[in-house]
Design a binder for this molecule. Structure first.
Ligand code: SF4
Length: 119
């Protein structure tokens, strides 16, 4: 079966055609570079996304601190990661990139601050 997907690794948005049989990728065309090959295969076998959200802050200059994962996390874990993020009450100032949850749910991705927040 041919699955058509759009590569989201860069703005060119190549249209990939992935040949899938019994859940395995047996061919891929349409990519203009190797990143598209990696993306297309992973999108079929283990789709992942970077997750952006906010955590609640207490006693800091803002009440909602924007965060994002520093690596894509499996789509199957997105809701569970959101639940972990909801549990956080940030009480210390952070800089961009400061880790707020390390290795969230064993995904190898950290949830990190995406803006600086002072006291
Ligand atoms: S295949 Fe390469 S050139 Fe095409 S969208 Fe993906 S990253 Fe960009």
């Amino acid at each position: 079966m041919i699955k058509k997907i759009t590569c989201i690794e860069c703005p060119q948005g190549c249209q990939l055609e992935v040949n899938v049989e019994e859940g395995r990728v047996i061919g891929l065309t349409g990519n203009k570079c190797p990143k598209g090959d990696v993306y297309g295969r992973q999108e079929i076998t283990d789709p992942r996304r970077v997750l952006s959200s906010t955590v609640l802050a207490k006693g800091l200059e803002i009440k909602m601190v924007p965060v994002r994962t520093d690596k894509p996390v499996p789509k199957s874990k997105m809701f569970a990661v959101m639940e972990e993020i909801k549990k956080i009450r940030l009480t210390r100032p952070v800089a961009v990139g400061d880790v707020i949850i390390a290795n969230v749910l064993g995904s190898d991705a950290n949830v990190a601050a995406s803006r600086e927040v002072g006291p």
